[in-house]
Design a protein around this ligand. Structure first.
Ligand SMILES: Cc1cc2nc3c(=O)[nH]c(=O)nc-3n(C[C@H](O)[C@H](O)[C@H](O)COP(=O)(O)O)c2cc1C
Length: 203
């Protein structure tokens, strides 16, 4: 496992872009869809892939965004170890876009680092029962099975199934575009040796 895949190397003080992103989440909180972002990855044949996922907060003491996903899904199969991803996140109330690019880590049941498997368990405990049920559905992306495959099950909130994965995105560049303002504002953040460099760009 490369060093960039350890929770030790994820540890970081609050990045400069966290404050504008927290502000956007707060100001757009009346819109439930403000918690959804688009996650772009690359298929194993080099083609782009994009989908919507739910933001589940940040891994404590890091700047890594959390989402949950299914081990059997294409995005996991395409990104088995450490790979790259970009998030695109638009907030409709405040009319601003964040693009966050960096390493994508998939933390499954056998991930070789206790701190991250514990984070996986904590996230599982915090999910609604309806969301947990989805991890017991039949294989995503395969031909639709009978209704009986989707029957509600009794689920142990302390025992995530092997299908359940934590996704972590650890950004190294962030581009923030604010449409409000005349002219618009665009701020670029780049991580260099664990320091964030901030620059104002033309929109
Ligand atoms: C509003 C919304 C929220 C979603 N949230 C998630 C999520 O948190 N995790 C997830 O794996 N898929 C989520 N999905 C489904 C994905 O967009 C996608 O269809 C699915 O994960 C399969 O993607 P893949 O084939 O690229 O792996 C969501 C879809 C929508 C429309």
């Amino acid at each position: 496992m490369s060093d960039s895949a350890t929770s030790l190397s994820l540890k970081a003080s609050l990045a400069a872009w966290r404050s504008p992103l927290s502000r956007a989440l707060h100001r757009n909180r009346s819109k439930p869809y403000s918690r959804y972002f688009q996650l772009a990855t690359v298929h194993s044949d080099g083609r782009p892939a994009n989908r919507t996922v739910v933001h589940r907060g940040f891994l404590p003491d890091t700047n890594a965004l959390i989402f949950v996903t299914d081990q059997r899904s294409q995005k996991v199969q395409d990104n088995q170890s450490v790979s790259w991803a970009e998030v695109c996140w638009y907030f409709t109330e405040t009319r601003e876009q964040f693009r966050l690019a960096g390493r994508l880590l998939i933390i499954g049941r056998n991930y070789p680092e206790t701190a991250l498997t514990e984070a996986r368990l904590t996230t599982w405990r915090n999910l609604s029962d309806a969301t947990r049920q989805q991890f017991f559905w039949p294989h995503p992306g395969q031909p639709r099975g009978p209704e009986s495959d989707f029957e509600t099950k009794d689920i142990d909130p302390d025992q995530p199934p092997s299908t359940f994965c934590l996704g972590l995105i650890n950004p190294d560049t962030v581009d923030h575009l604010e449409l409000r303002g005349e002219p618009q504002n665009r701020t670029h953040y780049t991580r260099v040796d664990d320091q964030w460099q901030v620059s104002n760009l033309n929109p």
